[in-house]
Design a protein around this ligand. Structure first.
Ligand SMILES: Nc1nc2c(c(=O)[nH]1)N[C@H]1C(S)=C(S)[C@@H](COP(=O)(O)OP(=O)(O)OC[C@H]3O[C@@H](n4cnc5c(N)ncnc54)[C@H](O)[C@@H]3O)O[C@H]1N2
Ligand code: MOO
Length: 410
């Protein structure tokens, strides 16, 4: 058997993930972005609270500001005016009250707010239903956030709540880790020729991989479709000139005579660092380098490209963004399906949660027949389940681990 027809032994998922991550480096450069564009980015530095908040005592209720224990005249206090949020601080004369709105500055001399519903206002005077205590319904200066407290950790992904918190602190721009630069291309003479005879199909991997990469926090250059032509592939790879942190390709990576990716990468001056994983779908995935660029070549079958993106490319993007990476399949579940299988490759299965649970964990229904060419099972899938490599049979009720799709993971 020639070297071409004797493939290397399969890597297991863990070893392949370690290799994928080792081929990319955490990005050291930071850039400053307006707060409005910071959601989803990774903070390059810790942001501490520039001051304590609230900056001054404020009312927490619509009601009346007064001095607790002020006996008033005959048990009533005159209402000496109104103070609303955004107005300058007022002073309260002894024995009086001021109508106050939520968020308004507590008047000097007042120490409590009595909510509207706990008062009776009559003829410009106020009677309390219950006596007030000092501090009632007052948001004390400094009580909600200490000066110097952490608003955002270095290395944290900025979430919408951080955007609100930073805005509340008057922070309008933020240093974030530069996005990883990805180039994404598809290979195949059949692609993009749909409508021109049955031999053509649309390119579905490229738009899907671009969407996945952008959702994971990368900046993507769309490198289009390349023909099944080794020389064209070599020329294109050489022309990339190392401008990407990671090149992601799909197709042409299996065993056939038209699977030019591996020889083309080597002919272009690159190296193959690992090829083929004990995974179904996704076996022919390849990891390599091309100068300063890491190369991850995904299988052409669309479901295999989707699965290998989640396992390996997402881990590489997280590594470049300096984010921690946890294995994908961590949530416990029970199988809601049965079947004999050939051991030797871990199997990733699109699944949907049924209505039932066993001891609080969901029972997962399998979608699709296990082919790697169709994305159709993903239309209704809640996530992906992992069937361990050594099993020769999976039974209803067996323990599994799965990855539940999030709306915008990370
Ligand atoms: N003799 C062997 N043949 C195959 C093996 C093997 O071990 N020995 N492995 C099989 C496995 S597993 C997979 S997965 C596929 C993957 O092969 P490639 O990565 O070389 O992919 P292609 O042959 O280029 O394409 C496979 C299939 O997917 C369609 N495709 C490709 N790109 C796209 C795209 N961008 N959008 C939509 N569809 C795409 C393509 O038309 C093919 O139908 O190899 C097996 N063969
Ligand atoms: O690994 Mo391939 O993706 O099984 O079909």
């Amino acid at each position: 058997m020639s070297a071409e027809t004797t493939p290397p032994p399969l890597l297991d998922i863990e070893a392949a993930t370690r290799l994928a991550r080792a081929l990319v480096s955490p990005i050291a450069e930071a850039e400053t972005v307006p707060l409005a564009q910071a959601s989803g980015r990774v903070a390059a530095r810790r942001i501490s609270a520039p001051r304590a908040l609230p900056a001054a005592d404020r009312s927490a209720m619509d009601g009346f500001a007064l001095r607790a224990g002020d006996p008033g005249e005959g048990g009533t206090l005159p209402v000496a005016g109104t103070i609303a949020a955004g107005e300058p601080r007022r002073a309260l004369s002894e024995g009086a009250s001021l109508r106050i709105f939520t968020g308004a500055l507590l008047p000097e001399g007042a120490d409590a707010v009595v909510p509207l519903e706990d008062c009776i206002e009559e003829g410009g005077r106020l009677r309390l239903r219950h006596p007030a205590k000092a501090g009632d319904h007052v948001r004390r200066a400094g009580s909600e956030q200490p000066e110097g407290g952490t608003l955002l950790r270095s290395g944290a992904r900025v979430r919408p709540q951080h955007v609100g918190l930073l805005a509340a602190n008057g922070i309008g721009a933020l240093a974030v880790v530069r996005r990883p630069r990805l180039g994404i291309l598809s290979t195949g003479d059949e692609l993009g020729r749909d409508g021109q005879g049955p031999e053509g199909i649309p390119d579905s991997n490229r738009p899907m991989l671009i969407a996945l990469a952008e959702a994971a926090g990368a900046e993507v250059e769309d490198l289009g479709i390349l023909p099944d032509d080794r020389d064209a592939l070599v020329a294109r790879l050489q022309a990339l000139g190392g401008r990407h942190d990671l090149l992601v390709t799909s197709g042409a990576v299996s065993m056939g005579g038209r699977d030019h990716l591996r020889p083309a990468l080597e002919a272009a001056g690159g190296t193959v660092e690992g090829w083929r994983v004990a995974l179904k779908p996704g076996k022919p995935v390849l990891f390599g380098r091309l100068g300063p660029t890491a190369v991850t070549a995904l299988p052409g079958h669309p479901l295999a490209a989707f699965v290998t993106f989640h396992l390996f490319v997402a881990a590489q993007i997280a590594q470049m963004l300096r984010l921690p990476w946890t294995p994908l399949f961590t949530e416990p579940a029970r199988s809601g399906f049965d079947g004999l299988r050939k051991p030797g490759r871990a199997e990733v299965v699109p699944v949907r949660m049924g209505h039932g649970q066993v001891q609080g964990v969901p029972i997962l229904r399998r979608l699709g027949e296990g082919g790697s060419g169709s994305l159709y099972p993903l239309a209704e899938a809640d996530g992906l389940a992992l069937v361990p490599s050594h099993l020769d049979r999976i039974r209803t009720g067996d323990r599994l681990h799965w990855y539940r799709f999030a709306c915008g993971r990370g």
